[in-house]
Ligand binder design. Structure first.
Ligand code: HEC
Ligand code: HEC
Length: 451
């Protein structure tokens, strides 16, 4: 249990490698960590022990997905014409393993110290960064071109890795083989995209298997998700249990294929002034379109503080992100509010934090004075954020009201939001304020240090 964590700590002592500079280079075998938080959630709700379920599901996951040094894909992926195309085993080979092995270890070298070997968002540097690195296991992604509930396209993940997520510690500054620091080459990103999908499918399957067992089986009566000993003693009974597991995986794999049909097409209106950056907005205000743009921004401001769009409820009337400061993201709600625990009730959370949950932090609505947009600042990026909201966060999709709040108004809102950017030196960010108070490093310094 938790062998990988121990290995990493052990290795950092032995090799003396700095977790914050180069990540941990380990030749010791590492293993995927079990999702003990998810199992504990069920125990707290039903009282039945999940120990056997965790053991059985790990056995099944190893059989389906292999190990961090030796990945494989479920048989159903090889048999299905479409699933076959989802990720390439060759890419997984290169992304997995130790970075001391020639041509392998890309994930551990570049991503693992934040996202963790298992993709659980709990690498060694995770607790140092705000927001926390993404846990890929629930299969929820924020920044994509598809509908809110869908998976991202590979091109969305490519973009995230290539350009980073502005304003977070995920910056495109990686240690490259030639000793330089910069964005990863496209062929490396392609392999990592497949590996992220692999980790996400594995993690989502793990959750689904625990759910299935907790909801459908009589655990106290000794019913099992899968009994490995049946493989030799009762092949038919084993096959029946195994087919159910393969069905679960195929469905989760299929949700990644479905994303292709869920792309949101966005057309920038020809009859409205829509600057593509803050600089362009400033230039446009001084030119022929200045008046039209000023009117658009004014209309956006009305909507922003009004009751129909009600952006100010969370982002504050001045757009500084100070309207709603006590909410949490879905990765936190998943193991707190959804099972009736309060995220700020520290003692109630101890059993879950002891099993690997990161202490809850509130989610901050964006402060528009910073003019930094994680999901990209192109007009279609921002339109998508409003049109679909941001998955996994309280940021809602807009609800249009004919005659009162129409599609053109969404563009007016964007122009207003973009106009709020202030020169960097005048913006007091909550992070800067805290680090000034505590003397701790701010996000950007950590980001640089971790890369
Ligand atoms: C220094 C820490 C750090 C490193 C290194 C890092 N990330 Fe991230 N990553 C983050 C953080 C923080 C987030 C969450 C940002 C947020 O929630 O808005 C994130 C989010 C993501 C997401 C989710 C994007 C979405 O749409 O929700 C993906 C995918 C991702 N990272 C992949 C990678 C890959 C692949 C690598 C290695 C090439 C990597 N990251 C390296 C910190 C890091
Ligand atoms: C219920 C609270 C809530 C409401 C209402 C809300 N937002 Fe947000 N918004 C958020 C949160 C939280 C985030 C940060 C999400 C994250 O961490 O990625 C956010 C992020 C954003 C972003 C940043 C996107 C990026 O790429 O960084 C924009 C732009 C935005 N909101 C605009 C709006 C506008 C315009 C409205 C009104 C139509 C609105 N929001 C209403 C909570 C809200």
């Amino acid at each position: 249990m938790n062998r990988s964590v121990l290995d990493l700590r052990f290795c950092s002592l032995l090799v003396g490698c700095s977790l914050l500079t180069i990540g941990c280079r380990s030749e010791l075998p590492v293993d995927f960590e079990e999702n003990l938080v998810h199992a504990k959630k069920w125990e707290l709700q039903s009282g039945a022990s999940m120990d056997q379920v965790v053991e059985d599901s790990q056995w099944a996951l190893d059989k389906l997905f292999g190990f961090p040094d030796e990945p494989k894909l479920p048989d159903s992926f090889g048999e299905d014409e479409d699933l076959k195309t989802l990720v390439s085993l060759e890419h997984l080979q290169a992304a997995s393993g130790s970075d001391l092995d020639e041509g392998r270890g890309l994930y551990r070298q570049h991503c693992g110290r934040c996202h963790g070997i298992s993709g659980n968002g709990r690498g060694e540097a995770a607790a140092l960064v705000e927001p926390y690195p993404r846990d890929f296991r629930p299969g929820i992604f924020k920044f994509k071109s598809t509908t809110r509930a869908s998976k991202p396209l590979k091109s969305d993940l490519t973009r995230t890795i290539k350009y980073g997520l502005a304003g977070t510690s995920m910056v495109p500054e990686y240690q490259l083989p030639d000793g330089k620091v910069g964005p990863l080459p496209d062929d490396v990103i392609e392999k990592l995209v497949d590996y992220v999908i692999y980790l996400s499918i594995r993690g989502e399957t793990e959750r689904a298997l625990l759910d299935e067992a907790a909801m459908e089986l009589d655990l106290e009566g000794g019913e099992r998700l899968i009994d490995p000993s049946l493989e030799t003693s009762d092949a038919e009974a084993f096959q029946e249990q195994w087919e159910l597991i393969e069905e679960v995986v195929a469905e989760i794999g299929g949700s990644w294929l479905d994303a292709e049909d869920e792309v949101v097409e966005i057309e920038i209106p020809a009859d409205l002034p829509v600057p593509a950056s803050h600089e362009e907005l400033v230039t446009m205000l001084a030119g022929d379109l200045g008046d039209a743009l000023r009117q658009s921004i004014e209309r956006g401001r009305e909507l922003f503080v009004g009751t129909i769009a009600s952006c100010s409820k969370c982002h504050g009337t001045s757009g500084r992100g100070d309207g709603q400061e006590a909410d949490y993201d879905d990765w936190t709600k998943d193991w707190t509010t959804r099972i009736g625990l309060k995220p700020d009730d520290e003692s109630a959370l101890i059993p879950l934090i002891a099993r690997g949950a990161l202490p809850p932090r509130t989610i901050k609505p964006r402060n528009f004075e910073q003019g930094v947009f994680r999901g990209g600042e192109r007009p279609q990026d921002l339109f998508h954020r409003l049109n679909q909201g941001i998955a996994g966060t309280p940021m809602p999709a807009v609800t249009l009201v004919p005659g009162q709040f129409e599609e053109a108004d969404v563009w007016h809102l964007l122009n207003f939001v973009r106009s709020l950017k202030q020169p960097e030196e005048t913006v007091v960010t909550p992070a800067a304020a805290t680090s000034a108070a505590t003397g701790s490093t701010d996000d950007q310094a950590i980001a640089t240090a971790t890369n």
